[in-house]
Design a protein around this ligand. Structure first.
Ligand code: ATP
Ligand code: ZN
Length: 296
C-alpha cells in the first residue's frame, strides 16, 4: 500500500534524543521541520517520528500508537517487569544500539559499613525502578523496603527518606557528589531499537528496510579500512597481525616488484599497538580510515 507509514517513538529531549535522531539521519532519513512537534514526517522514507518521554515509549508500542521505539533497556525491562496483563511481552528487541550505556546500581552512603548484600536486609531503598529492584531483591533473598521516587533519587539518604538508593549510573560523579558509593550492579543497559512483534506484513517490510540500514550504520561505525604497503616476503607475517586479514586485497605497486599494497576491512577499532606491530613486521605507509556505510 502506497500510504503505509511506520511510526517510531524516540525521546523528545534527554540523553537519548540526539543520538537517536542522528542514527536516523545516518540511515539517510531526512525529517521534515521542527523537533518541537510531537510528530515529524520523514521526507524520503515511509516513516514518522513521534517525539515523547522515554518512559512512555513501551506503552505506546504495546498499544499500537507506534510500531518501533528507541529506549534504554532499563526502561524496557522495567516496563516488562511491572506489566500486569503481559501486554509488554510483545515488545521485542531488534538491535542493540551501543549508545546510552549506563548501569542500574545499588549505592549506599560512603560511611556505611557495607560488606555484602545482607546489608540491605531490613533497610529502605529509594528508586525509580521498583520492578527491577523488587525482582533482584527477591532473587537474592533480601528483604528490604522499596520507596518509589520519580527523580532526584540520590538525595534520599541525605534527607533520611531511605538508607540506600538504586539508580542509573554512568560515570558515578552524581553518586560521589552526593556522598554515595556504588556497591552492586543490577543491570547493564544501553539503548535498543524495539518493536511490537505483532506487526502487519506491509509495516514489517518497511521495518526490515530500516533495520538493514541501521545495522549497516552500526557496523560501519565500529569498522575501519586499513591500507598499507608490505614487502612481499613479509606478507604472511603481516597478515598474522592484520585485523580483518581473512581476505585482504593485495594490489601490485607500479615500478616496485618487492612491495605490494594491502587493503583490509577490520570490524573492530584498530589500536596504536596493532599499527606498531604491523610496522615492526615491515609494513609502511599505514593508513586507518573510518568507513561511512557498509552493507553485506
Ligand atoms: P524523559 O523526560 O524522557 O523521561 P529522563 O529524565 O527519564 O527523560 P534521561 O535522563 O534523558 O531520561 O535518560 C534517558 C536514558 O538514558 C535512561 O533511561 C538511560 O537508558 C540512559 N542513560 C545513560 N546514562 C545515564 C545516566 N547517567 N543517568 C540516567 N540515564 C542514563
Ligand atoms: Zn524518563
Amino acid at each position: 500500500m502506497e500510504n503505509t507509514r511506520l511510526k517510531i517513538a524516540v525521546q523528545k529531549s534527554g540523553r537519548l534524543s540526539e543520538r537517536s535522531l542522528d542514527l536516523l539521519s545516518k540511515c539517510g532519513i531526512t525529517l521534515e521541520k521542527s523537533k518541537d512537534q510531537l510528530l515529524c514526517r520523514a521526507q524520503n522514507f515511509p516513516l514518522d517520528v513521534l517525539l515523547v518521554r522515554d518512559d512512555d515509549i513501551p506503552a505506546f508500542i504495546a498499544t499500537d500508537v507506534c510500531q518501533l521505539g528507541i529506549v534504554g533497556e532499563n526502561v524496557l525491562f522495567e516496563a516488562q517487569e511491572c506489566s500486569e496483563n503481559g501486554s509488554f511481552s510483545k515488545l521485542e528487541t531488534l538491535i542493540k544500539l551501543g549508545f546510552g550505556r549506563c548501569r542500574l546500581s545499588l549505592a549506599v552512603p560512603n560511611e556505611a559499613d557495607y560488606n555484602d548484600l545482607n546489608f540491605f536486609n531490613g533497610k529502605t531503598i529509594a528508586t525509580s525502578y521498583k520492578g527491577l529492584l523488587a525482582q533482584y531483591l527477591q532473587n537474592q533473598n533480601i528483604d528490604a523496603k522499596i520507596v518509589t521516587m520519580r527523580g532526584a533519587v540520590e538525595i534520599a539518604p541525605k534527607t533520611h527518606l531511605a538508607d540506600a538508593i538504586c539508580d542509573l549510573v554512568s560515570t558515578g560523579s552524581t553518586l560521589t557528589s552526593n556522598g554515595l558509593k556504588e556497591v552492586e550492579t543490577i543491570l547493564n543497559s544501553q539503548a535498543v531499537l524495539i518493536k511490537n512483534s505483532d506487526m502487519p506484513d506491509d509495516l514489517n517490510d518497511i521495518c526490515t528496510r530500516l533495520v538493514t540500514r541501521m545495522s549497516a550504520v552500526l557496523k560501519a561505525r565500529s569498522s575501519r579500512y586499513i591500507v598499507l604497503h608490505a614487502p612481499i616476503n613479509a606478507l604472511d607475517e603481516i597478515k598474522t597481525v592484520l585485523p580483518g586479514s581473512e581476505a585482504p586485497t593485495i594490489i601490485p605497486l607500479k615500478g616496485c616488484d618487492k612491495q605490494v599494497a594491502v587493503h583490509a576491512v577490520s570490524e573492530e577499532e584498530v589500536f596504536w599497538n596493532t599499527m606498531e606491530d604491523l610496522k615492526a613486521k615491515g609494513a609502511s605507509s599505514i593508513l586507518v580510515l573510518p568507513i561511512e556505510k557498509m552493507m553485506d
